[in-house]
Design a protein around this ligand. Sequence first.
Ligand SMILES: Nc1nc2c(c(=O)[nH]1)N[C@H]1C(S)=C(S)[C@@H](COP(=O)(O)O)O[C@H]1N2
Ligand SMILES: [Mo]
Length: 328
Amino acid sequence: MTIIRVTPSWKIPEQEVTSESSYYNRRRFLKTLVSASIGASIMPLTACQAASESQQALAASLDTTSLKPTTTNPAFSSLERPLTDELLAGQYNNFYEFGGTKSIWTKAQALPTDNWKVEVTGLVKNPRTYDLDDLTKKFPLEERIYRFRCVEAWSMALPWIGFPMKLLLADAEPSSKAKFVQFSSYYNPEITKGPGLHLGSLPWPYKESLRLEEMANELAFFAVGIYGHTLPKQHGAPIRAVLPWKYGFKGAKSIVKVEFVETQPDTFWNTIDAYEYDFEANVNPNKPHPRWSQATEKFISKGPNLSWERRATLPYNGYGEYVANLYT
Ligand SMILES: Nc1nc2c(c(=O)[nH]1)N[C@H]1C(S)=C(S)[C@@H](COP(=O)(O)O)O[C@H]1N2
Ligand SMILES: [Mo]
């Protein structure tokens, strides 16, 4: 068995204070970046115009409704590393419904998010279909800055807005038979399968799952916003799961169904390749992916161009103090 050294987050060295104003002054910030990239450009004029048009389209895709958290959670108000620039997080995504590249933000704009409903169903005393507004009014929204680690080894630090999953869990009142929760993402092959994609044989819709003890953990979070605004489509609007101690693929985007079940359900990546993507998928520097090491990660933070800095991977992505007890 691996010995995990549990370091409280406040003891992690090289404290770097994150600047909160950087995204609350967002419109100014986005405009500054767009004009800076034009000003600094030595590209021919046409290429420069095309680049600036795509930067403006990207900025527009991030210009969603302003969202103020009603409570702040001091436990998650800063990290030892800087926040990832909003424009980088919004142009480097995984959203396979729209394609297999990182730059799916353009295609993801086709996601229809009006009148969104989330069905809470299965082995619960209180099954209910919520309008998105019902959820965001019922559960106080808080901001949480979390580390974010993809199984592919890139990582970010992201300021989510949302509510802890344990509140929805308590509201649904699962029966004693319920042992797992399953999240299903929006799926409509007419909309989400772009032309030329050969993803039809994958096990759609995208599904993910947790044990109920994991869902009840303090960290497990439903995000409805990021960077002080409602979720942009590329980040899984209007509601997605965020599980910071697990690899990113566990956090299903654009959730339409939350189902409580008795036995461990099939999940998207685990069904595609169980050898490469295990069900638990906890961030673990000592457990290599079959095709690459997980000992370090590529931390993406500063723009305007995409670049990364190597950092040591933290056990449970730095959240062992919250979750290690779930895995003894
Ligand atoms: N429905 C759905 N959810 C998904 C994915 C996806 O392809 N479809 N990709 C996952 C993966 S692999 C990662 S790393 C994160 C990426 O979230 P982000 O693009 O907001 O950073 O979403 C996860 N949730
Ligand atoms: Mo990922």
